[in-house]
Design a protein around this ligand. Sequence first.
Ligand SMILES: [Zn+2]
Length: 215
Amino acid sequence: MYALARKFEEEKRMVELIPSQDSIMQILKRTGAFREGHFIYPNGKHSPHYFQMPLAFRYYDTARVLAVALSRKFRLEKDISSQLPKISIISPSSGGIPVAFGVRDALSAEQIYWAEKEEGQRMFRQYVNQGEVNPCIIVDDIIRSGHAIEETVDLVKKLGARIIGCGAIVRFISAPSEIEDVPIKSLIEYDVRMYEKEQECTECKEGVPPEHVRF
Ligand SMILES: [Zn+2]
């Protein structure tokens, strides 16, 4: 009974230690990772917001705050905390690598893997073998559509590993909220404003000069 009460106290403290969405947003603004203006995406859509997440991860201190905060959300999951340290942290792309290293560090997880795109195809490096990958948490810096995560889930399943967690610093609310029955954790749930056409764009109407962003 006491053990249960103590565990509950610990969990409560852990939740209190997770910075609010507002304070995370302040970090992203301060580092230039969250930008406001008038942006045209490669798919032609217009938006007044743009996230360039590696800008927040270029400073060790902010990178650490973000990764530690995300790791606390994972530690609250029994399926994850009970399996530590025999867990792998997996990034779908280069953007998620600093997140993966930071989360690994905070959780003392055993393994890290990351996928890369080769000739348009997401894959792990050669010689990453079936049976070697621990139950995994997939992490990324930002989840916009969820495609990168979905492709990574397929890769992980092919290696025979179980997915026990998934998360990112920012998740667009239009993206999936769970994957393989695992809820996607994030520090910011962002309701992005996106215009399909120039004619619908408020910033175009106001004559704000647009910037083209690469992705
Ligand atoms: Zn526009």
